[in-house]
Write a protein that binds this ligand. Structure first.
Ligand code: AMP
Ligand code: MG
Length: 519
């Protein structure tokens, strides 16, 4: 037994589904339904984020216990707690999808530690009333991807839900990875995830869509009370302020994604956290070659709705849906519209400031916008590795030597045309001139640039290598990547091999650059 400081607020303060059967159905007038995790055949913990466990007041020793294993795989229920699944709806790929809910997530309890409240949930723990046509389970490959990426994002300074543990269930799960009629059995797995809140835009949308204003208000008041307490008592003005804060944190999160080259892949409103945290790591990907039009999600191959450069616009689109959902509590469109208009202005200003920081430009110059836009065009002339380019640029001293630096970021170094080379030389000359206006030393500039341009990110093929190894029963690479990604901005000479372009074999390999939602 591990002593946890359980402090449930969600189930204590919000309306529960009166139906206690775990059957698939529409659930009305409730924020959640009670549902227990499925017992698993041979649970085994593969990895624990010890930083996260300590944040919850669970010692490293305790994470090695059978009790911990049983809790994080759903085989034992912590005394006096009642697991549940949340009810939410969502817009998927731009269309209203109705009720979705936690179809393969089961929430366990809330832990309070050092004055912070954390929700604990299991992803892949079996059916709930929201499982619709699926099985409520998760496979090892997607669990490794979620487990590693959430922690990597945290250490990159990107707002995110966290991972506590990655476990095998010992059960087999049938999946058709490519949706081409070739299902195969895979290893089942469970990630235990942690967040101050797992509420999504879709939790609010569902009540608005059903015109259930009573419960919309109960949920919004709960959210403000626990997550935006500085806003004070519920009132129309405070609902507007609440919406404003959600727009700000959503935009900040997306600017971070743009900075590190993260593409979420499924920015449906049911995957948008009310706290502006990156949530639901599915068919996400990392930019290798800088490409505004790139998306890792094969389900979105046609429209590329969730492509890299569209993420800020989609953030706004999703916020419109949230505004519509909150409207019945506010009954005044104007302040909501003003906030959404401001998002557009802030987006341009913040993304420009972010790009300038990546370039080490801290003074203002009238040509800066052009310099940034020119760079974005040039980065797409030939396939150019985003991470390597920006990381190497902090070593810039002059145009003559700089081309060598950035050449390392080009995928096809042998075939760079003179025209492309000229374009780059011209940009580098402009950059060199521009740097003369900076007042900080080049050492200081490098320090600041290296603090926003990561050296190590979870490249798509790296996660896939860890998955391939894990499929064979070797789990060391999961830990190697986990440790590497804890210090993404630091030089790690022993890990230089991970500061490299994507190997050619990974270019079109399933799992590396092509992912589906089948997880
Ligand atoms: P996602 O694309 O993972 O954000 O999931 C969208 C919706 O489908 C959510 O309601 C999920 O809970 C549900 N879902 C996804 N995978 C499964 C699964 N294997 N079993 C049950 N529900 C699922
Ligand atoms: Mg989801």
């Amino acid at each position: 037994m591990i002593k946890l400081n359980i402090k449930d607020t969600f189930t204590q303060e919000l309306p529960a589904d009166a139906n206690l059967e775990n059957t698939r159905r529409q659930v009305e007038e409730a924020v959640f339904s009670y549902a227990n995790p499925k017992k698993t055949k041979a649970p085994k913990v593969l990895h624990v984020s010890t930083e996260m466990s300590e944040t919850l007041g669970i010692s490293i020793e305790e994470t090695k216990s059978d009790f911990f294993k049983n809790i994080v795989t759903g085989n034992e229920i912590y005394p006096n707690t009642k697991p549940f699944a949340m009810c939410y709806a969502g817009h998927q790929f731009g269309n209203w999808a109705g009720q979705l809910g936690d179809g393969r997530v089961i929430n366990l309890f809330e832990i309070e530690h050092q004055n912070k409240n954390w929700k604990v949930q299991l992803k892949g723990a079996g059916e709930t009333p929201y499982s619709r046509t699926a099985d409520g389970l998760a496979v090892l490959r997607s669990s490794i991807r979620e487990y590693l990426c959430a922690e990597a994002m945290f250490y990159l300074g990107v707002p995110t839900t966290r991972s506590l543990s990655l476990s095998l269930t010992g059960d087999k799960v049938l999946r058709d990875v490519l949706y081409n009629g070739n299902p195969a059995y895979e290893k089942g797995a469970i990630v235990s995830r942690i967040s101050p809140s797992f509420l999504r835009f879709g939790n609010f949308e569902i009540f608005a869509a059903r015109n259930d204003i009573k419960n919309l208000k109960i949920l919004t008041d709960y959210t403000i009370k626990h997550h935006f307490p500085h806003l004070g008592k519920p009132s129309k003005d405070n609902y507007i302020r609440f919406f404003k804060e959600v727009t700000t944190s959503t935009l900040e999160m997306i600017i971070h994604w743009q900075r590190v080259g993260f593409v979420h892949g499924v920015m449906n409103t049911d995957n948008m956290s009310i706290l502006g945290l990156t949530i639901d790591y599915g068919p996400y990907g990392w930019l290798e070659g800088f490409d505004f039009g790139w998306t890792p999600n094969t389900t979105d191959r046609q429209n590329k709705r969730y492509r890299y450069d569209n993420q800020p616009n989609i953030g706004l689109w999703n916020l419109y849906q949230l505004a519509n959902a909150l409207y019945p509590l506010i009954e005044d469109a104007k302040p909501l519209e003003e906030i959404l208009e401001q998002y557009k202005i802030d987006f341009h200003q913040k993304s420009f400031a972010m790009m300038k920081a990546k370039l080490g430009l801290f003074q203002d110059d009238k040509n800066d916008l052009e310099l940034v836009q020119q760079l974005e065009d040039d980065l797409q002339l030939i396939e150019t590795d985003m991470t390597i380019f920006f990381r190497n640029l902090s070593n810039f001293s002059n145009t003559k030597t700089a081309f060598r630096l950035i050449e390392n970021a080009f995928y096809d170094v042998a075939h760079i045309s003179d025209a492309v080379k000229m374009r780059w030389i011209s940009w580098l000359e402009n950059y060199e001139n521009r740097l003369k206006k900076e007042v900080i030393s080049s050492e200081e500039r490098k320090k600041r640039m290296d603090a926003v341009n990561p050296k190590y990110v979870l490249r798509n093929y790296m996660a896939q290598l860890a998955i391939d190894e894990a499929d064979k029963g070797n789990y060391q690479l999961i830990d190697e990547l986990f440790q590497l990604l804890k210090k993404p901005y630091q030089e790690q000479p022993e890990n230089e091999k991970w500061f490299a372009k994507r190997p050619e074999w990974a270019r079109n390999k399933v799992g590396c650059s092509m992912l589906s939602c089948s997880s």
